[in-house]
Design a protein around this ligand. Structure first.
Ligand SMILES: [Zn+2]
Length: 238
């Protein structure tokens, strides 16, 4: 094979590897999400319980509010001996009653919150165990995916390095030509010839072009698709 063509073919193989590896790497987050999906049913209840507990705990201000209300009630009661008229007396009783009702409502809510917190605390170890066992079940899958990602990243890096090296050893004119054809032909600038037929556009080559390919002295272009041609080895007629 003509040496320029063999370099351009190598360049094309690297470009295809880079393109495919890049695409494969883009699939990794999607696969990771699929794994997340598998343990969603055991992870969500655990996370929700934790979130609810922390919401109740951070609303601990209820206790402080209660003490203020108790204090207000006491100070209202202390005013009683100073009352002179019936109107003042019934107004004060009303105020005391309202304060008491408010306090009882807060106490009720606070009690409910404490009960709920206790319930959550009790259920947490079971929820956590279920989540952890779910994670254990997908651990091998997660590790496999991570390994695959590392393999692809290494492959991509290697292919890019090789491409860089190849580019600097190629004449810039040939590199430009390759890029121009590749851009016009969906990334395939170099095509094999099998049984006298270009595998890029499936046109038969004139015998003269086959001869030129066999001599391998010059770069031969397909007259149908303008791709750079090479004779595929181990094919009859090559
Ligand atoms: Zn062709």
């Amino acid at each position: 094979m003509n040496s320029i063509v063999s370099q351009l073919l190598k360049l094309q193989q690297l470009d295809l590897t880079i393109r495919k590896t890049g695409h494969d790497l883009q699939q990794i987050p999607k696969q990771s999400k699929l794994i997340d999906e598998k343990i969603k049913d055991v992870k969500a209840p655990w996370e929700e319980a934790l979130a609810e507990m922390s919401a109740i705990e951070s609303a601990g201000g209820v206790e402080a509010g209660l003490m203020e209300m108790e204090e207000k009630e006491r100070s209202l009661r202390r005013k009683m001996p100073e009352i002179r008229t019936n109107e003042e007396y019934s107004a004060l009783l009303k105020e005391i009653d309202a304060t008491k009702k408010e306090r009882e409502a807060v106490e009720g809510r606070s009690l409910k919150a404490m009960e709920r917190l206790e319930e959550l605390r009790k259920s947490l170890p079971k929820l956590e165990a279920a989540y952890k066992s779910g994670e254990e079940k997908v651990a091998a899958e997660r590790a496999g995916l991570k390994k695959e990602q590392q393999r692809l990243e290494a492959l991509l890096l290697e292919a890019k390095k090789e491409r860089q090296a190849l580019q600097s050893s190629l004449h810039p004119g040939w590199f430009r030509k390759y890029n121009t054809i590749a851009a016009q032909r969906n990334g395939l600038a170099v095509a094999a010839v099998k049984g006298g037929i270009c595998q890029g556009c499936f046109m038969s080559l004139r015998p003269k072009l086959i001869q030129d390919l066999l001599y391998g002295e010059e770069v031969v272009f397909c007259e149908g698709c303008q791709r750079i041609l090479y004779l595929e080895e181990n094919q009859p007629g090559s």
